[in-house]
Structure formats: structure tokens, C-alpha cells
Design a binder for this molecule. Structure first.
Ligand code: TRP
Length: 330
């Protein structure tokens, strides 16, 4: 699907090349012309696709449709070595702004892009990732949106639903800074609640099946953060956990949509929109250091997968069923 989009965008690009440096009628008297937006998305998984789609929709509704902005979309296929290649391509084909989706892409884009402003989407911990030093006043040519994970709330949700949890399994890719920073938080939260953690690390999504099978017999529940490598193969994890009757709590709603059991977290559609609004600010001349990083940390939703719940034989406690922020998915 993304290939087709890229192809279409490339066509639009070609069609516009001839006039891209000419001010359009609407812009008469200003220096603006059709803007170039380069997008780098780490890989394809439900959440990243949701973010990108709502980003494009919001750009359109803010008046940056095909006549005012050309989006060049690149998917790095979760291959780190692809990131510098794409960034160099964007450096050579100068973009007005580069949008990076995920932590690894934001980190990869930083070291290479010089004068091009970068707006990142969904960087869980921009400070730990070394993307900015000050969220309020980004000092480099980079700002964006952050999807901090509310680990304490997720673990408390797990304990409300299954109070007998003593050991939690944690699966992550240690090369994702976003997951390392969630692991640090998880250790604190579990220590305070007297819960033991069993860890399994993976380096590609192919490893997920073996890691999950090894972990399941040792735990009462699994928690996976918003780790891109896990998210790519979420249906595999969900299936094995359902068979073993172990609930999987996740760091993102998309992972519940992909078969996980439950989470409490942010609205990624809103995050995609906010990222688009920041891009428009940049295109309209606001310097990056005047655009603080926007951290999504409130307005949280509880997402529960009903099919998974039934397969696990779990019933939700009244206090969760009556929560107006409960969203049931299938
Ligand atoms: N926050 C992740 C990162 O920093 C990206 C991400 C967004 C994600 N939504 C997700 C990862 C859902 C897994 C699942 O890279």
C-alpha cells in the first residue's frame, strides 16, 4: 500500500517539477512555492501507519494538499542501514522539512541532516534518545511529538484486572532506545509493587516467536512496551499468549488491535495530527527552537480486545467497565 502511495507521490512530484520553484498564483508576492516534505517511517506496523495517515489527513485539512505540498514517503523497512541512505537522498533533494516516524529514525536523521528542519513523530523519550536536550526549547534543528508510555498506569490496570500477578514477562529489542527507557521505568514500577520481571530480548521480529515461547511458562502476564520490533510481529505474540492463557498488556492501542489484551495510553491519531500542525508551523516560518516538543501524556484511553478477553476467559471488573475512557476493540 505504501509502495503505491510512494509511486503516486513520485508521479505528482514529476508533474510538479516544472513549476516547483515558481510562486503559484495564490502565493503571488510571497516567496513560497510548492513545499517539499520528506517522510521517513521506520517500518510498517499498525500504529506507524495510523500516525502517517492522520498526519497526511491533517496536512490536507490545514490547506497543504497536493497543490501546496509534495510528500516524498520513504519506508526504511526496519533496516538501520537504510536510514542514512534515505537521509542523504533528502539532503541531496533539499526538503523544506523532514518528518521522522519513530525513535531510531529520528536518531539516524540527526547525525546527517544539516540545515533541513526535522519534525519527529512518536519518539517515546526524546531526551534519553539524545534527540533534544531541552523539551521546552529544542536547541538543534529538530522538534516533534513524544508518546511517553504510562507504565505505572498500565501495571495498575493489569493488577486491577488480575490482582494475583506476581511475575511479569517483558519482551523488547535492546537496540531501541525507546524500549530501554521503558524498561528502566518498568523496573521502578514493579519494585514498588513487589512484582518480579522476567526479560526476553529480541533483535528482529523473527525472534519473537522463540522468545515468547520461552517466556510464557515463567510468567503470570506479559508487558510489551511500544517497541517497533515487537509491534511488527504482534499477532504472533498474541496468538501464543492466548494459547497459554496469559494476558498481554501493551504500550500502545495498536498492539491491542493486533490481538494483545489491554492497555491504557494515548490517542495516536491525535499525535499524527499534532505532528502535522508542527510541520505547518515550520513551513510558515516559525524557527524550530520556538516550537517545544509536545509530549502526549494525558487524555488516556483504556483499550481492551474483546476477542482476546473472551479467549482468556477474563471478565472486566465493574470499575473498568464503567470507565468512560474504555474502548473495546475486536
Ligand atoms: N514510540 C515508538 C518509538 O519511539 C514508535 C511507536 C509509535 C510505536 N507507536 C508505536 C512502537 C506502537 C510500537 C507500537 O520508536
Amino acid at each position: 500500500m505504501k509502495m503505491i502511495k510512494t509511486g503516486l507521490i513520485a508521479l505528482v512530484c514529476l508533474a510538479l517539477v516544472g513549476c516547483s520553484s515558481q510562486p503559484t498564483k495564490k502565493d503571488e508576492g510571497t516567496t513560497s512555492s510548492v513545499k517539499k516534505i520528506g517522510v521517513i517511517q521506520l517500518t510498517e506496523h499498525t500504529s506507524l501507519n495510523m500516525i502517517y495517515d492522520s498526519f497526511v489527513e491533517e496536512l490536507n485539512s490545514l490547506g497543504y494538499g497536493d497543490d501546496k505540498a509534495v510528500i516524498d514517503f520513504k519506508n526504511a523497512q526496519n533496516e538501520m542501514s537504510n536510514i542514512p541512505t534515505i537521509v542523504q537522498y533528502f539532503d541531496a533533494n533539499k526538503q523544506d522539512v523532514v518528518v521522522t516516524i519513530t525513535t531510531p529514525v529520528a536518531q539516524g536523521a540527526m547525525s546527517l541532516t544539516k540545515n533541513t528542519p526535522i519534525v519527529f513523530a512518536a519518539v517515546t523519550d526524546p531526551i534519553a534518545a539524545n534527540v533534544v536536550k531541552d523539551l521546552e526549547k529544542p536547541e538543534g534543528n529538530i522538534t516533534g511529538t513524544s508518546d511517553m508510555v504510562q507504565i505505572d498506569e498500565i501495571i495498575d490496570l493489569a493488577l486491577t484486572i488480575k490482582p494475583e500477578i506476581k511475575t511479569i514477562g517483558f519482551i523488547y529489542n535492546p537496540s531501541e532506545t525507546n524500549s530501554v527507557s521503558n524498561f528502566e521505568k518498568l523496573k521502578e514500577v514493579c519494585a514498588e509493587r513487589n512484582i518480579k520481571i522476567e526479560t526476553a530480548s529480541i533483535s528482529t521480529s523473527i525472534d519473537l516467536q522463540t522468545a515468547t515461547s520461552a517466556l510464557l511458562p515463567k510468567v503470570d502476564a506479559i508487558f510489551v512496551p511500544n517497541d517497533n520490533t515487537v509491534a511488527e510481529a504482534m499477532p504472533t505474540l498474541a496468538k501464543l499468549a492466548k494459547e497459554a492463557k496469559i494476558p498481554v498488556f501493551t504500550g500502545a492501542d495498536s498492539m491491542v488491535m493486533d490481538g494483545g489484551f489491554a492497555t491504557i495510553g494515548i490517542d495516536y491519531v491525535a499525535l499524527g495530527k499534532k505532528t502535522a500542525q508542527m510541520v505547518v508551523q515550520v513551513l510558515e516560518g516559525t524557527p524550530i527552537n520556538e516550537i517545544p516538543v509536545y509530549v502526549f501524556s494525558d487524555d488516556l484511553f483504556i483499550t481492551v480486545n474483546e476477542n482476546t478477553m473472551n479467549e482468556l476467559g477474563i471478565t472486566l471488573p465493574e470499575e473498568i467497565l464503567n470507565n468512560p475512557k474504555l474502548v473495546l476493540v475486536k
